[in-house]
Design a protein around this ligand. Structure first.
Ligand code: BGC
Length: 897
């Protein structure tokens, strides 16, 4: 009997799993978003079922004003379509501030219908400057200035009736932290985030319904200098966007009887300063708990001694909704060890180089002062090392108020650190008294990658942590020294890898808007975005090309043509700038960073430095940008542009050959980077490709299987080797453990990716402190090759509508597995070698198809689950030693020996 019940349960579960269902419905990449400003939001969903070969044949989508779908404003009816990603709303214009509900159901090629998805919602933001009723207000505090105490602003207000819903629309000049009735609003940090403020300032929307009550309420907002007026870049540059902090606050309340009330930033607010004595991105935070204003965000607080506020002119034309994920708290790290260094310092080790801040617990006397400094590494003697932070003080100074346990964490700064040095802690510091919290943009994790090789796994870990720490609202070069800027080159180099590890569509959508906003009138792209280095930047090859590379990368990863459409004018302006500044089709003028941080030994008497001609690099990147322009023009149906750029591209490639290659294909720079770029960007005619690849391989061998590439060559090095049939050489490079290599820092104990191949030398000494970050994601770009080649997961059509899984086992790696959450669902690939036996498990999501390459399977007896391959009916072809099968959705297990 129990066996029968068990069997029936099993059957029921299996039938359930076979059922066609809809999971993870999203709107503009988000779950139930608040504050959208896209006039025609896009809906996506994932089909799930365990049945094989499932394709969507139709969908029906409904949008309604109410959750019961009685007040429907748009319904598609049953649409014959296989589109399940980014389906655009096409109903009547949506109203600012209104909430809408939607659901979808689908049909598949097996004649099955899904149930309706669960009811989803989206809410529009304030769409025009005129939608706001609030005015900008500024604290009226004599002496208020950058690096001075952080202003606080408060007011009370009365809500006459029970509240049904309430939304807070808020932004600031500077950073803000809002409270209502003693509770923090939301769980986002470093808001409103960093954008090119003068042109684009994000506001956030919070559901604050639960924080309000009928009767008198209080609200308070803290402001910080942040990126707005704090120190940024070098030479004591500050007040970049303005010298006065300000607040724009609009609380929209709907009562249960349907009437509405709006509370705004206006003259009724008061201002003062409090415990934050100083806060700055590079500086850190100084907090004097004795100056706390207890209860200041609650009713009943007496603010008689507070100053008023000034209603300011601040415009609203630059206000934009928030389209990227907010910065939130993530992992918490316990203190692993408390060390006493040879110099006598008390140092806490958190075991991971992370970006965020510490939380401190302490008891002591009023006036006791604790100073905490942050560092990424210890020097070879084991002492605390901060020279590489340059002018960033990166400190926390906490002054106790006394009278019991105090808990503190900073809020208007962030730190890149693994270690902290603690001075002045009253009593004994234990690992229980201090922890570290990682903060980064809240991008869902989409990728996982692991192998049987522990050092590669650590490399993958380091790549992910490089991404976490440098995706704090803006893609930064590094998170710790007096820099932390949106360096364009670094971002384009890493974007492909980033899109494997996490969902980065919203993150890059936000930032690419700033790239376009800060583009110069003549088409040049500043070195850093938001541009805080001034208007006179040149436009460096490989950096400015961010403008074509990232939109294309995002289009590939997410199938989102909006990236191309939105950025098209910006891409075109850059490509046309290069054309105007080229002579005889050669882009060979101006300043370029070149193959930044390429291999360059100190005492280079016989010339082994891998210097690549900067203009050769420029010509290759120009060709790539023009190619991406052609691709974008073709996709957007701009045939004239596609044609014009195609003839331009031909001239660029001809000029490249004339200027930089001999007739036999030898390049003027005999470096890995030169051959890699020439091959990757298709600069050589077919008949010169094999010899170029041979020269590249010879070069790698000549350096004893070491790479010599810098920022621009590194991302493509292993790809080019694989594309030209040299995956074995790519593995030799990947598995190399001595400098320069990816695993050298891993062997040295790195927990993130380093800026330089030799940030710390084998003898424990450091590279020059002037530029030596231990958390710089650029070289982590190898991650893209690991996913695409080791486990072989590649998109064969944008958004993974069609997938290639072509694993390339090699080296001494015995097994590898990766999973990727694509817009269509989870793709996975896992292979294992055991003696002569080889197994490959793959998952292909519903509504997609795939080509799966079975490496070395030709001539072998291949079994899929329990069926011989010949009997499966899968379309298949053999090329060389591999068999390629064409598969529909489902999970498959192949084995052969
Ligand atoms: C940054 C880089 C950046 C470079 C420009 C450095 O200071 O940290 O990562 O791309 O300057 O070459």
């Amino acid at each position: 009997m129990t066996r029968l019940i068990f069997f029936l349960c099993l059957l029921a579960t299996a039938t359930q799993a076979q059922k066609l269902a809809i999971t993870t419905p999203t709107c503009e990449y988000q779950h139930n978003p608040l504050g959208l400003d896209a006039p025609t939001p896009r809906f996506s969903w994932v089909l799930t079922t365990t049945r094989r070969n499932v394709l969507q044949t139709g969908y029906e989508l409904v949008v309604s004003r109410d959750a019961g779908f009685r007040d429907v404003i748009w319904k598609t009816g049953r649409v014959k379509s296989d589109q399940s990603v980014l389906v655009s709303y096409r109903g009547p214009a949506l109203t600012a501030g209104e909430k809408y509900h939607w659901r979808v159901r689908v049909w598949d090629n097996g004649g099955n219908a899904s149930a309706w998805s669960t009811t989803q919602s989206f809410e529009m933001g304030l769409l025009q400057p005129g939608d706001w009723t609030a005015a900008w207000i500024e604290p009226d505090l004599p002496g208020d200035a950058v690096n001075k105490p952080a202003p606080m602003m408060r007011r009370e207000f009365t809500l006459g009736k029970p509240v049904a819903t309430a939304r807070l629309y808020i932004t600031a000049h500077g950073l803000y932290e809002a409270h209502i009735n003693g509770q923090r609003v939301g769980d986002a940090y470093l808001t409103p985030g960093w954008t090119s403020y003068n042109k684009r300032l994000q506001y956030q929307v919070y559901d604050v319904t639960p924080l309000l009550k009928t009767g008198v309420n209080a609200t308070g907002v803290l402001l910080g200098d942040g990126w707005y007026r704090g120190n940024l870049a070098w030479a004591d540059t500050k007040n970049i966007y303005g010298s006065t902090l300000g607040l724009l606050y609009e609380l929209r309340v709907t009562y249960t009887d349907g009437t509405r009330q709006v509370i705004t930033s206006d003259k009724q607010w008061k201002s003062n300063t409090g415990p934050i004595v100083r806060a700055g991105i590079y500086y850190g935070e100084a907090y004097d708990a004795r100056l706390e204003k207890t209860g200041w965000t609650q009713t009943g607080y007496t603010d008689a001694g507070w100053q008023g506020v000034k209603v300011a002119e601040g415009g609203k034309d630059n206000l934009v909704a928030t389209c990227g994920p907010p910065v939130r708290k993530h992992e918490t790290f316990r203190a692993q060890k408390i060390l006493h260094t040879p110099k006598g310092e008390t140092v806490v080790d958190f075991g991971q180089n992370l970006v965020g801040w510490i939380t401190l617990k302490v008891s002591g006397k009023a006036g006791d002062r604790i100073t905490i400094r942050h560092a990424e590494v210890l020097d070879r003697e084991g002492n605390f090392y901060t020279d590489n932070l340059r002018a960033a003080q990166a400190e926390v100074v906490y002054t106790l108020k006394g009278g019991g346990q105090e808990v503190y964490e900073p809020r208007f700064s962030f730190f890149g650190f693994r270690y902290i040095k603690v001075e002045g802690y009253p009593g004994t510091l234990t690992t229980e008294n201090i922890s570290a919290t990682a903060l980064y943009s809240d991008m869902p994790s989409t990728g996982s990658f692991s192998t049987s090789h522990p050092l590669i796994n650590q490399l993958q870990h380091n790549i992910r942590w490089g991404q976490n720490g440098n995706f704090v609202d803006v893609p930064t070069d590094c998170p710790q020294r007096d820099e932390r800027l949106g360096w364009t080159g670094d971002a384009q180099v890493f974007a492909r890898t980033a899109a494997f590890n996490r969902q980065v569509a919203g993150f890059f959508n936000k930032w690419m808007h700033d790239v376009a906003a800060d583009q110069q009138a003549d088409g040049r792209i500043p070195f850093v975005i938001p541009n805080v280095l001034g208007p006179n930047d040149a436009a460096s090859t490989g950096w400015a090309d961010v403008v074509t590379i990232i939109p294309w990368t995002m289009y590939q990863a997410y199938g989102d043509t909006t990236f191309l459409r939105q950025q098209y004018p910006s891409m075109k302006a850059w490509v046309d700038y290069m054309e105007r500044n080229s002579q005889h089709d050669l882009w060979n003028t101006g300043f370029h960073f070149g193959d930044w941080l390429f291999y360059r030994p100190f005492d280079d008497n016989d010339g082994t430095s891998a210097v690549t001609d900067k203009y050769l690099i420029a010509q290759c990147f120009r060709a790539n940008s023009v190619q991406l322009m052609i691709n974008a023009a073709t996709i957007l149906g701009r045939q004239d542009d596609a044609q014009a750029y195609s003839s331009q591209l031909k001239k660029i490639k001809d000029a490249f050959l004339r200027e930089y290659a001999t007739p036999s294909g030898r390049l003027v720079s005999g470096t890995q980077t030169a051959y890699v770029l020439a091959l990757q960007f298709d600069m050589l005619p077919e008949n010169l490709r094999a010899q170029a690849a041979d020269r590249l391989v010879a070069n790698v061998r000549q350096y004893g299987n070491h790479l010599t590439t810098g920022f621009l060559g590194t991302p493509y090095l292993c790809h080019v080797l694989s594309q030209t049939g040299h995956t074995d050489v790519a593995y030799d490079l990947l598995l190399q453990e001595t400098y320069p290599s990816w695993l050298y820092p891993v062997k040295m104990g790195a927990t993130t990716i380093w800026e330089r191949w030799d940030g710390q030398r084998p003898d424990g000494t450091f590279q020059t402190p002037g530029m030596n970050s231990f958390n710089h994601y650029a070289y982590g770009a190898i991650g893209d090759w690991m996913y695409r080649r080791i486990t072989g997961i590649r998109n064969a059509a944008p958004g993974y509508k069609h997938i290639t899984i072509a694993p390339e086992p090699g080296g001494n790696v015995q097994q590898a597995a990766a999973e990727l959450v694509t817009p269509h669902g989870i793709v996975s690939s896992a292979w294992k070698k055991a003696g002569a036996a080889f197994t490959l498990d793959v998952t292909i999501p519903a509504n997609t198809t795939a080509e799966v390459v079975l490496p070395g399977a030709a001539g072998k007896k291949v079994i899929e689950t329990r069926t011989a391959l010949e009997q499966t009916g899968f379309a298949q072809k053999t090329a060389g030693s591999d068999i390629t099968v064409t598969l529909g959705s489902g999970t498959y297990h192949f084995q052969y020996e």
